[in-house]
Design a protein around this ligand. Structure first.
Ligand code: AMP
Ligand code: MG
Length: 317
């Protein structure tokens, strides 16, 4: 039985005892283990069916944790990013502290690690209660849409994980933005995400290659080469003038009302609403056995850029 609880101390107890649990963040629900518990971390990969070359993001509650995890001192551009956006949906790839004995399964044996500080009180309290940073990928089976409410976690992991720390639906509904900070003279966007790149570009210069869209070349961020976020239904990205052949058997999500008679519709109020409900809509369509989801192409700005990236990946590139 998977225990569903709102008690931080109860959830923390499972982690302290070597179990893996799901918890809410402002991006999506995470599947967490203590960073020093190799056996529990291994169990995350097994439970998710996650390829072992796809490293995990560490979640910290305190800047003091960063001091022992990464090589010091940090470049002033990096501290500027931290001051501007932490806690928040920004993951930084930083050089791993060489003196730290960390299990290589966390970071796929790289000499860097991914770190973020979530802007979610329950997540922060959980990390503090455990007295250890947590590694936490999204709490979904690998390849499936990320979970934005606790029931999605239950769909994928009922009776498989010990506990779900229950929270509200997640604020952003998309994963964090990832920046490679290994060369502070050349910050690179590795994954579009909940934090807008326009906001980041006000603080630092950011290189935006089409890396995150590119499946062919060696990706800088190992996880980006895998198919992601996919419902069983086929995703087709459409514009306002795209003709739909079979609306009665299909679903539509977007910002503009359509005249067709779709089987299922989510009309979003704005891009934030579109992002927050995208993965839940994918899952709901699968439950109704919908074969095709038509998704309106968002403007490629703000969170729309990250929505578009998810849609492209979910549609198979
Ligand atoms: P997820 O936890 O499923 O949101 O995925 C984490 C993402 O972070 C994946 O795309 C990983 O490839 C990426 N990542 C984690 N650690 C590193 C690292 N050390 N270097 C580059 N990318 C990383
Ligand atoms: Mg994931």
């Amino acid at each position: 039985m998977t225990l569903i609880t709102e008690s931080i101390s109860q959830a923390a107890e499972f982690l302290i005892n070597g179990q893996i649990i799901a918890f809410p963040t402002e991006t999506v629900y995470g599947l967490g283990a203590c960073i020093h518990d190799e056996n529990a971390i291994q169990n995350i990969f097994i439970a998710k069916g996650r390829p072992s070359d796809n490293p995990l993001i560490m979640h910290i509650a305190d800047l003091a944790d960063l001091n022992y995890l990464v090589e010091q001192p940090l470049h002033s551009n990096i501290t500027s990013l931290i001051e501007a956006f932490w806690p928040g949906p920004l993951t930084l790839i930083l050089p791993l502290n060489k003196n730290l004995k960390l299990s290589p399964i966390i970071n796929a044996g790289l000499n860097s690690i991914a770190v973020r500080m979530p802007a979610h009180q329950a997540a922060l309290n959980l990390i503090k209660a455990v007295k250890s940073p947590l590694v936490a990928p999204s709490a979904n089976l690998s390849g499936k849409p990320s979970p934005t409410n606790y029931l999605h976690v239950l769909q994928d992991f009922n009776n498989i994980i010990a506990c779900i720390l229950k929270g509200e639906i997640t604020e952003y509904g998309l994963e964090s933005t990832i920046i490679n900070c290994l060369n502070p003279d050349n910050f690179q966007l590795l994954r579009a995400g909940a934090l807008d790149i326009e906001k980041i570009q006000k603080i630092i210069q950011l290189e935006i290659k089409n890396n995150s869209f590119n499946q062919e070349s060696q990706p800088l961020s190992p996880g980006m080469k895998y198919k992601h976020y996919s419902p069983k239904a086929e995703i087709t990205i459409i514009n306002s003038n795209t003709q739909i052949i079979n609306p009665q058997e299909s679903a539509y999500i977007g910002l503009t009302e359509r005249l067709e008679n779709f089987k299922k519709v989510y009309l979003a109020n704005n891009s934030l609403d579109y992002a927050q409900n995208l993965f839940a809509f994918f899952r709901a369509c699968d439950e109704e056995n919908i074969k095709t989801i038509y998704a309106q192409r968002p403007e490629s700005e703000g969170i729309g850029f990250a929505i578009l990236e998810r849609l492209i990946k979910a549609s198979g590139g």
